[in-house]
Ligand binder design. Structure first.
Ligand code: B1M
Length: 216
């Protein structure tokens, strides 16, 4: 995909008409563009531009919300291909966006890629209080827990959730973290078992943590 196709994706995410992004993604599928490229080189790249414009004050929350709606619709169309052929359960994975944070596109991608890689995924949603993570771990006994945060303020909540989990359970599940402001060193600092830069890395990291008991 080239610069021009990124512009099509950008325009599709900005369009109030949902059918624009749908037909663009369908056309890419018809033209045999790999779904991972549609995701990373198309939708995510276009959303990055929208993030930069938002930061610069060139667009506002309603426009970003519209882009998020369109992005979800685009992802829905490639979901079946991304999930193809992967059925065996590798382990149980609980994920949520931490309290105070309502961003869910990245979390949903991680959920989807983990499902595609054969994990049983329990998605607690957005704005998840630490008590809900504890309750879900108690009820579901997962192998892994994933925390997502997109704000520099809410990434600090991850530290508290991790501490709370470690205090509550004598053998806690492995905990992985991710989200735009999160880094490897921050993950280490707050006591996470690993950091996933993107959804694909989150899957690779989870495989490593479970199969070999390594830290990420
Ligand atoms: Co918000 N927002 N937003 N926003 N928003 C950011 C994050 C921001 C960087 C924009 C900017 O200023 N450039 C900025 C944060 C600044 C900061 O904290 N330093 C920001 C702000 C300020 C805000 C509000 C405070 C704005 C306001 O109200 N004034 C507000 C906060 C609301 C809240 O949460 N309490 C807000 C609201 C919103 C919308 C609701 C309008 C909308 C979200 C809609 C939705 O999610 N349903 C929105 C959006 C869309 C964005 C941007 C533009 C795009 C985020 C996104 O979906 N990216 C974002 C700018 C940016 O990030 N560049 C921005 C695409 C997605 C695929 O990437 O989520 O990073 P991402 O996920 C990646 C990786 O991070 C990773 O995998 C994914 C890719 O494969 N990953 C994980 C994510 N979670 C993981 C977990 C893992 C592993 C990997 O393991 C468990």
């Amino acid at each position: 995909m080239n610069q021009e196709s990124i512009r099509y994706f950008y325009e599709a995410l900005r369009d109030t008409d949902l059918s624009v992004v749908k037909s663009l993604v369908k056309r890419c599928i018809d033209e045999q563009v790999h779904p991972i490229d549609i995701l990373h080189k198309g939708l995510i790249r276009a959303m990055e531009i929208i993030g930069q414009e938002f930061k610069a004050g060139q667009i506002w929350v309603p426009e970003v919300l519209l882009a998020a709606r369109n992005m979800h619709a685009g992802i829905d169309l490639i979901r079946p291909q991304l999930l193809k052929d992967k059925v065996r359960s590798k382990g149980k994975f609980i994920i949520g966006t931490v309290k105070g944070d309502i961003h869910d596109i990245g979390k949903n991608l991680v959920s989807m890629m983990m499902t595609g890689a054969g994990y049983q995924v329990i998605d607690l949603g957005i704005d998840v209080p630490r008590e809900s993570f504890i309750q879900a771990i108690t009820d579901e006994k997962p192998d892994l827990v994933g925390l997502s945060a997109l704000l520099t303020t809410t990434m600090l909540e991850m530290k508290d959730v991790i501490q709370y989990i470690r205090q509550t359970f004598s053998t806690p599940p492995k905990i992985i973290v991710g989200g735009a402001p999160v880094t490897q060193s921050f993950a280490r600092e707050i006591g996470a078992d690993g950091y996933g830069e993107d959804a694909t890395t989150a899957v690779e990291l989870s495989n490593r943590l479970l199969l070999r008991g390594e830290n990420g």
